[in-house]
Write a protein that binds this ligand. Structure first.
Ligand SMILES: *Cc1c(COP(=O)(O)O)cnc(C)c1O
Length: 377
């Protein structure tokens, strides 16, 4: 960033870095956890005809309470959880939605964080959590995960009790590690905390075998909130639609901090249409899981450390120089993510062709530069 000292910027923002992965125009983009597959034609056609009737009415503000969208989300969530063998009985008052789950999270932190309050996260995790927290003026505190990036209930309970935060972030499956936590960890955090527990489930649909959602814990836990997104499994990152599920009282509070009419008419219509086609859109999830598992198996076979992933990406370690590996792949038209964890990098599950291109490139690179493996045991 340029010299911002000449501007009357809030002192707590000076020195912070904006979120953002390098955006490079290369053939194989495996760096920002998007769904590798485009929206299927049948859904594209439905989206086209669904918005068609809404243009003339754009002189009016959209439904501020997005009631139809809430109903669609309830239908989807009650249905998937039922199939996962962990039924929930959600109602529309338990649903919030906004322009991406990042906006959902920022609504929650605006309402329950803010100056003089403390937000706790378990790192490494999603780099937007601290930015959203400090953006409201809250103090960001972190605690380290275990060496293999797992978290256990006892350690989490101890940390939460020690820090006594107003908000706790738990991310499962966790970005950038791909690892999941059990419901016991969420329960432990909730029980030792007097504040809000946010469970970020952006990648939940990629969990295999399907794991029960933190939504199954909502009953009797008015301070628990689960956030989800249509950016990943639903292949709708460009649409910007995220949502949260919590007790009606908590959802009601979020109406105090949102901007009026925050969800455009077009966003609402397209999101409803996407949800009506949930089965078609989620069809590619299984293909991405296959790609993920193929990448994990191959990387481990050639000598990298691989972490068990429940998401659409794989974190791998035992890399002597992640920057060099990143550059070697970029030279071959493949973009992965150096997430700033020493000796580690993250790669997304691509289409079958992208995944094959990545694995071929890895073999080529290691043949030419075996020293990119930190240790060769
Ligand atoms: C991608 C991601 C999100 C989703 O962001 P959107 O604003 O919904 O696109 C939220 N949390 C985590 C951990 C993510 O990786």
């Amino acid at each position: 960033m340029g010299n911002i000292e000449s501007l009357p910027v809030r002192s707590d923002l000076v020195g912070l870095k904006p979120y953002g992965a390098p955006h490079l125009d290369v053939p194989v983009q495996l760096n920002v956890n998007e769904n590798a597959y485009p929206i299927p034609d049948v859904v594209v056609e439905s989206m086209r005809s669904a918005v068609d009737g809404h243009f003339a009415g754009l002189n009016r503000y959209p439904d501020r309470e997005f009631e139809e969208l809430r109903a669609h989300l309830v239908t989807y969530l009650n249905g998937v959880n039922d199939r996962a063998g962990a039924p929930v009985d959600l109602s529309p008052e338990m649903i919030w939605a906004a322009n991406g789950s990042n906006e959902v999270l920022s609504h929650i932190v605006q309402a329950f964080g803010g100056p003089g309050r403390t937000v706790l996260g378990f790192t490494p995790s999603y780099s937007m959590h601290p930015l959203i927290a400090t953006g409201t003026g809250a103090e960001w505190r972190t605690s380290e995960r275990n060496e293999d990036f797992t978290l256990d209930a006892d350690a989490v309970a101890e940390e939460v009790a020690r820090v006594d935060p107003d908000i706790v972030f738990l991310c499962t499956p966790n970005n950038p590690t791909g690892t999941s936590i059990g419901l016991d960890v969420i329960e432990a955090a909730y029980d030792t905390c007097s504040g809000i527990v946010i469970v970020d489930e952006a990648y939940a649909e990629f969990s295999r075998p399907a794991k029960p959602s933190a939504m199954t814990l909502l009953d009797g836990r008015p301070r628990l909130v689960v956030s989800r997104t249509m950016s990943k499994a639903f292949a709708c990152a460009g649409l910007r639609l995220g949502y949260a599920i919590a007790a009606p009282e908590l959802i009601d509070v979020l109406r105090l901090v949102r901007l009026p009419y925050h969800l455009s008419e077009i966003t609402q219509v397209l999101a409803c249409t996407a949800l009506e086609h949930a089965d078609v859109l989620l069809d590619n999830v299984d293909r991405l899981i296959d790609s993920r598992d193929l990448i994990s198996a191959h990387l481990s076979e050639v000598g990298f450390t691989v972490y068990l992933s429940d998401s659409n990406f794989v974190l791998f370690g035992n890399i002597s120089s992640p920057q060099d590996l990143w550059q070697e792949l970029l030279d071959r038209g493949i973009l992965i993510r150096d997430i700033g964890i020493a000796h580690h990098a993250r790669v997304n599950a691509g289409t079958e062709a992208e995944t094959a291109a990545f694995l071929t490139a890895i073999d080529e690179i290691l043949a030419a530069r075996p020293e990119l493996l930190l240790s060769s045991s």
